[in-house]
Design a protein around this ligand. Structure first.
Ligand SMILES: Nc1ncnc2c1ncn2[C@@H]1O[C@H](COP(=O)(O)OP(=O)(O)OP(=O)(O)O)[C@@H](O)[C@H]1O
Length: 459
């Protein structure tokens, strides 16, 4: 018993020191826990600091990159401008149609048009044993692909994203390939489809900096009557001065469709094509004797500055330029011929006046030029693709088209041409051989300078 007590006494004696040591441990633990939360807080703050420093460093780098990108875009625009300036704001290209089986009415018809592989701006035409050479801005040989043709005009097309107004025309006799160049087919789409595809792709590239809206409308001009190709009934339309006070022209009632994607535009183009064929069938197959216009508007907003741009792209498949009047056409065909002649003459006059930098541009001489006024004027860019057949049976029309193309092309853009004063209202530059004929009522007048259609005008 006494042994038990002694042991208990010993333990009780040691207890205070154990308690003290536990107290000390507890205090040390407590301070460690306190220190840990302080250390932890400091570490979190440090991490926060480091993260925010990294973020601001990143956003600085990002800003820097964005700035560099902006500079690159501006530089690209400047170089593009210089390129267009060098090539001229109005360019005349020529595309020679390949000889197709269906074009060979007679066996072994000879080819009278040849291109020069060493000179991409000239082509030669063999006429009665003599060769005549035409110099244009660019000539596409018969094997040129749709892609090659588009490549040539691609910078102009994309410039409408930057707010420029651009017009591209296909000119030539019926069957020379105007519709093929502009519309193309399923396997080989033409300029219209490729242009819109390109617009969508550039817009996608710029989506972090710019927001864009693309709208399109499509009209046909037949016998000086405007019809909406987006409407099944082919409503007749008129061109009016916009009542908004801007002085710009507009077409009341014209359907304007916002295009959301490239797939969407394919459907729109198919509708326009279908309606053009339908109206054509209703009115004696007039499709090759009407002008078809696809008008694209691109509105952009700079996301950083809020500044806005509006560019326009007009893609025009012109009516056939053949000399219907020569074949003694009567009635409706004669009226059509007169209207086509008049509008192509007006277009030729406008392009020449623009190329010669005249102060007065005769836009109001036809529906076509009136409608395109704001896209053909100063500061806009124009391309005329002159389509020709290489076959001997089309020699007359080929020569007419090329003479027209060369005359437009020959008007100098340099200082000498700028000195030429306009001889009066709606006239071409004096001394260049491009004067518009004086129109007298009731007469068929064949211009001295444009000795073949479309420059023969009935008044
Ligand atoms: N470069 C080409 N390559 C292959 N086929 C072509 C080419 N150019 C035209 N064609 C074909 O020639 C035919 C007539 O061409 P297209 O319809 O484009 O002529 P067009 O000048 O528009 O005639 P229209 O004035 O009657 O509308 C079409 O079948 C077209 O596919």
């Amino acid at each position: 018993m006494s042994f038990f007590f002694t042991a208990l006494q010993k333990r009780l004696t040691a207890l205070p020191s154990t308690l003290r040591s536990m107290k000390t441990d507890y205090a040390s633990l407590k301070s460690q826990v306190q220190n840990f939360s302080e250390f932890y807080g400091a570490a979190i703050n440090e991490a926060k600091k480091q993260i925010s420093a990294a973020i601001s460093e990143m956003s600085e780098a990002n800003k820097d990159l964005l700035e560099k990108y902006r500079k690159e875009v501006a530089l690209r625009r400047k170089y593009h401008e210089q390129l267009v300036e060098l090539k001229g704001n109005i360019r005349v290209l020529c595309r020679v149609k390949p000889v197709l089986k269906e074009d060979q009415q007679e066996e072994g018809q000879s080819v009278v048009v040849t291109t020069d592989p060493n000179n991409e701006s000239s082509l030669a035409v063999l006429n009665k044993g003599k060769t005549r050479v035409f110099e244009l801005d660019k000539v596409f040989h018969p094997q040129a692909t749709q892609e090659e043709v588009f490549q040539e005009i691609e910078p102009l097309v994309t410039s409408c994203i930057d707010g420029y107004h651009v017009c591209i025309f296909a000119y030539g006799q019926t069957g020379s390939g105007k519709t093929y160049t502009m519309e193309g087919n399923m396997e080989n789409p033409g300029i219209n489809q490729r242009a819109l595809k390109q617009l969508f792709s550039v817009i996608e590239e710029r989506k972090d900096m710019w927001s864009y809206t693309i709208t399109v409308s499509s009209v046909e001009i037949y016998n000086e009557v405007l019809r909406d190709l987006m409407s099944k009934d082919g409503e007749k339309l008129d061109i009016k001065i916009n009542p908004d006070g801007t002085g710009q022209l507009h077409v009341p009632g014209l359907r304007v469709i916002e295009v959301k994607s490239f797939q969407h535009i394919k459907k729109i183009l198919a509708t326009a094509r279908r309606n053009r064929i339908t109206f054509g069938t209703q009115m004696n197959q007039h499709s090759s004797r009407s002008h078809a216009l696809l008008c694209v508007t691109v509105q952009g907003t700079d996301l950083a500055t809020g500044s806005k741009t509006t560019g326009k792209l007009n893609l025009v498949d012109l009516a056939g330029s053949e000399r219907v009047w020569k074949s003694g056409a009567e009635g409706e065909r004669l009226k059509e011929a007169q209207n086509i002649n008049r509008s192509l003459l007006a277009l030729g006059d406008v392009i020449q006046a623009l190329r010669a930098r005249h102060t007065h541009i005769p836009f109001r001489n036809s529906r076509l030029t009136y409608l395109l006024q704001d896209s053909l004027g100063k500061g806009s860019k124009t391309v005329m693709v002159v389509q020709v057949s290489a076959l001997e049976s089309n020699l007359g029309e080929t020569l007419c088209s090329l003479k027209f193309a060369q005359r437009v092309c020959k008007v100098e853009l340099g200082p000498a041409a700028r000195k030429i004063e306009s001889g009066g209202q709606d006239s071409g530059p004096r001394g260049t051989g491009l004067e518009t004929p004086v129109l007298k009522k009731g007469q068929l007048i064949i211009s001295k300078t444009f000795d073949c259609n479309p420059h023969a005008v009935f008044v």
